[in-house]
Design a protein around this ligand. Structure first.
Ligand SMILES: [Zn+2]
Length: 125
């Protein structure tokens, strides 16, 4: 097993400390019944994934940053490659953002926690 890596754990739904245990119970962001259910602690290393009540309010700012970054990139793609269809940018941006909500919700929580937890070296797990 390679050394745990923050980017890997954020992108692939893993615990930021060990990179092995799952962060969210469901692997599928579009599973409407439990896309938002988290493990309270890592099933592999036991790291507490909910450090304190209200901890994930900070994830709000992460998801805000993801939405803004996405909109800027989406807009630049339209301006550079599909300028004659710029109306479609305005028509499509709301449904696209709604569809991305579960993805960004999960991404924001994982990256918010990853800011505070250092990946463990192999010897300590
Ligand atoms: Zn873990």
């Amino acid at each position: 097993m390679a050394k745990p890596n923050k980017l890997y754990s954020v992108l692939f739904n893993k615990c930021p400390r060990c990179g092995v245990g799952d962060f969210f119970i469901s692997k599928n962001a579009y599973n409407l019944r439990n896309f938002d259910k988290m493990n309270k602690s890592c099933p592999h290393c036991g790291e507490n994934l909910v450090p304190e009540p209200g901890f994930y309010q900070g994830a709000l700012y992460m998801s805000y940053a993801f939405y803004v970054a996405f909109m800027v990139i989406y807009f630049l793609i339209f301006v550079n490659f599909f300028e004659q269809y710029l109306d479609y940018f305005l028509i499509s941006i709301i449904p696209v953002l709604i569809l991305l909500t579960p993805l960004f919700y999960r991404l924001a929580r994982r990256s918010w926690l990853a800011l505070f937890i250092k990946p463990a070296s192999n010897e300590t797990i």
